[in-house]
Write a protein that binds this ligand. Structure first.
Ligand code: ATP
Length: 309
């Protein structure tokens, strides 16, 4: 029996490995299928950036043609400025980020356009567009590899010293060196599990290393403890200095300094302006601000409560 046990045990391990690899492959094919739908226009040049200024011009979009998600969304992020988007869960905030990164294209009929320094993003190579944009998503996917690899992914070929400098700036260096294998600690599904805040810091380090001129921050909805949250906000703010930045915010404290704040409801911009302008307007944003300062609920939840009044 013992003679049988070892090979059977080995087969069990092998089976689990294969199953995991298939899950990864499955994910990869899903991503590849997505990629094929979004193709470069024939002979498209690389994007040429000086500022860059980002503009959404009358953007409409639907994942499924039967269910429109965005309606006539227009705004501009001048070079080096920050525009923040707030609103209830499902209002279409993250969809704006996905369109700017060109995971999807605006609707083909009357869907408007998105430009970067005046160039329609459908008319430049995806590769050059994506090299110019850094995303810190809500939930960062970590590869089953070392933490150094996960950070260096922002700029393949980066030296260990550059990786460490980015990790220090994102305030994750001390955490990393406290691990038994330091920067060589394997993280991800089959390695060390990181908390939401730690994963966001890895994403910030990755983005700092990539150093792109355009940034997208999709703030985590899951509540971080307030010390962690303040620290991440400070790191995001310093990372966005001088960059053209789109922030999808769930906490209003993140947006106070934004050049413009867009309040979204069911795929439309229903209120816009700077923080003082929106407070003076005394409508949705002002109510969200009041409620958020009275309690600690995130912006999305508050907007939803308002929707029912
Ligand atoms: P949250 O604050 O919860 O992140 P959000 O405002 O960012 O929400 P989006 O993620 O942009 O909202 O989603 C807008 C709408 O689009 C939602 O109704 C959602 O169900 C739908 N949606 C999002 N992704 C897809 C998808 N891949 N396929 C179909 N519908 C989708």
């Amino acid at each position: 029996l013992i003679q049988l046990y070892i090979p059977l045990n080995f087969l069990g391990v092998l089976y689990r490995e294969i199953k995991q690899s298939l899950t990864d492959l499955d994910r990869m094919f899903t991503l590849m299928a997505r990629e094929r739908e979004i193709a470069d226009a024939p002979g498209a040049p690389d994007v040429a950036l000086s500022g860059p200024t980002v503009r959404f011009e009358g953007v409409a979009f639907a994942y499924d043609p039967a269910r429109p998600i965005l309606h006539d969304v227009s705004f501009e992020i001048p070079a080096g400025q920050t525009v923040a988007v707030v609103g209830a869960s499902g209002a279409g905030k993250s969809t704006l980020a996905r369109l700017l990164y060109r995971f999807y294209d605006v609707s083909p009929d009357n869907g408007g356009r998105i430009t970067v320094d005046g160039q329609d993003i459908r008319q430049v190579t995806q590769d050059s567009l994506r090299r110019s944009i850094g995303i810190v998503p809500q939930d960062t996917v970590l590869f089953n590899d070392t933490i150094a690899y996960n950070i260096a992914y922002g700029r393949p070929g980066a030296t260990r010293a550059e990786v460490e400098a980015a990790a220090r700036a994102a305030h994750i260096h001390d955490f990393i060196v406290a691990q038994p294998k330091g920067y060589d600690t394997v993280v991800g599904e089959r390695g060390l599990k990181l908390s939401g805040g730690e994963k966001q810091r890895v994403a910030i380090a990755r983005t700092l290393l990539k150093n792109p001129p355009i940034l997208i921050f999709d703030e985590a909805t899951s509540a971080l403890d307030s010390a962690n949250e303040r620290a991440i906000q400070t790191e995001l703010r310093s990372a966005s200095v001088g960059k053209t930045t789109l922030v999808i915010a769930h906490r209003l404290s993140t947006v106070v300094d934004a050049y413009e704040i867009l309040v979204m409801e069911a795929g439309r911009v229903v209120e816009r302006g700077s923080h003082p302008q929106l407070l003076a307007l005394g409508e949705r944003y002002a109510r969200m601000w009041q409620l958020q300062n009275a309690g600690s609920a995130p912006a999305g939840h508050i907007a939803q409560e308002n929707d029912t009044h």
